[in-house]
Design a protein around this ligand. Structure first.
Ligand code: PLP
Length: 452
């Protein structure tokens, strides 16, 4: 279905960039989905997607489960669980194009899933997709197969202070092995990448810029296309860590202009252990294999072999076909929903959560306090309570959150803390979940509640 909204997105403007006002105006302009949008309009309180997620329908510690840990891993809709079961029930075999019927079917499912991921990212060709276990492996693959052979002493890798550990450590290893230097771009008081500092630190020595599209701590959506353009003007390659943006924002590697992009299937309703790296075809051709073995080469003799091309060169051994099938099912599930309605739901949730959290005495929210350019991820600290103590209390109320350094200690230090609590939402989250969180946090602030 094409509508005014899609036309604007087609013009290169992402839904997040349109802002909430324009988005709602576009929603008003929808014709064919007016009926659906009416039923979803009331659904901000009660997510219409929630019933698709069987795991949410349970009690934990005697209370109905409130799952607010989606930035760590999302839950899976029944469609994904069934796709994986069906693969094992009907199609399971070690894949191969010219083998028996079942092997061919497994091969078609596997390569079909690659095509689905390519469409999800708007890659120019499926060969630009490398299967990985997730974002971490994708970053390590680029670090080993692109950066290590290419970087020289004195070259610079630019990261930011807002990176997840998985986008810090691989580059430090590269630096140790090549003599390159790792530098960090500053963030502002709300954890947003500072473009002026990026410009200050970019130079002819910068070979690579790596940054998270969306922070896993503050949920801010960094201007990825702009950062990429600035890095390219300085002659650097760009890797975008889309672990936290893939679930919430449309991804278009051609519009972003990046050289590499990684994401994890399990953060976007897919199975654990299945993710993808996008890399420009010409870079994949230059990169030596990351791991070697069967399936990434043919004609393997004692002294000779012919490596496969594109993404296939980086998949040694028997692949994770059920993971690929599950990830494709997750993408089909997401793509079969109206993205504008999901965004509307998430914006409403964000506004609601920001309001409710602001009511809790002694609670300090880290990062932006408005719903602009952000996803529903909320990290906070509370006076008088350590993050583990808050987590323990919430868990006893059946509420799942995350607490600790959130694998982003440099950013937490920027906020003057070393640990925080994070409540993170997805399309199945509803305002009742936020109410349960707020009520449980308020309990801690009542006179007589034990401090820790
Ligand atoms: N990057 C960011 C921003 C993340 O939030 C995460 C996980 O939380 C990762 C990378 C690593 O993802 P994975 O553990 O799926 O490889």
């Amino acid at each position: 279905m094409t509508n005014g909204l899609d036309a604007r997105i087609g013009s290169g403007m992402t839904r997040r960039e349109m802002g909430r006002g324009a988005l709602l105006a576009s929603l008003g302009a929808l014709t064919a989905c007016d009926a659906a949008s009416d039923s979803h309009a009331a659904a901000d309180e009660h997510s219409p997607w929630r019933r698709d997620f069987p795991v949410l329908n349970q009690t934990v510690n005697g209370r109905s489960l409130v799952y607010l840990d989606s930035a760590a891993t999302t839950q899976r809709p029944a469609a994904v669980i069934e796709a994986i079961l069906n693969f094992y029930r009907h199609d399971n075999a070690n894949p191969g194009a010219a083998l028996h019927t079942l092997a061919r079917r497994a091969y078609e499912r596997y390569e079909g899933a690659r095509q689905t991921v390519a469409e999800f990212l708007n890659a120019a060709q499926p060969d630009e997709i490398v299967w990985t276990r997730g974002s971490t492996e994708g970053i390590n693959l680029v670090a080993r197969a692109w950066a290590r052979p290419v970087l020289r002493p004195g070259d610079e890798i630019l990261l930011t202070l807002a990176e997840h550990a998985s986008n810090l450590l691989p580059w430090r290893l590269v630096a140790e092995h090549t003599g390159a230097l790792v530098k960090y771009v500053e963030v502002d008081a709300d954890g947003r990448i500072l473009l002026e500092d990026l410009d200050r630190k970019l130079s002819e020595r910068t070979r690579l810029v790596c940054f998270s599209h969306v922070s896993n701590v503050v949920g801010y959506i960094n201007p990825a296309a702009e950062i990429t353009a600035r890095a390219h003007r300085a002659g650097a390659r760009v890797l975008i860590d889309a672990a936290q943006s893939a679930p919430h924002t449309p991804l278009d590697v051609q519009a972003l202009g990046c050289d590499f992009l990684v994401f994890s299937g399990h953060k976007v309703l897919g199975p654990m252990g299945a993710g993808a790296l996008f890399a420009r075809r010409e870079l994949l051709e230059q990169m030596p294999p990351y791991q070697a073995g069967s399936n990434m080469a043919h004609g393997i003799d004692l002294n000779t072999q012919d490596y496969e091309h594109g993404g296939h060169k980086f998949s040694a051994g028997t692949p994770n076909v059920s993971g690929a099938v599950g990830l494709a099912a997750a993408i089909h599930y997401v793509r079969s929903q109206d993205p504008a309605l999901i965004e509307h739901h998430e914006t409403e949730l964000t506004n609601y959560a920001l309001r409710r959290l602001a009511e809790i005495p002694g609670l300090r929210l880290l990062g932006p306090k408005s719903a602009e350019q952000r996803v529903p991820v909320f990290s906070f600290v509370m006076k008088g309570y350590t993050p583990p103590a808050i987590l323990k209390h919430l868990d006893s109320e059946g509420i799942a959150v995350r607490a600790g350094d959130l694998a982003a200690l440099p950013l937490l230090r920027r906020f003057g803390v070393t640990a925080a609590v994070r409540a993170s939402c997805y399309l199945y989250t509803q305002t009742e979940d936020i109410d349960r969180l707020a009520t449980a946090l308020l309990q801690l602030t009542r006179p007589g509640a034990k401090e820790s």
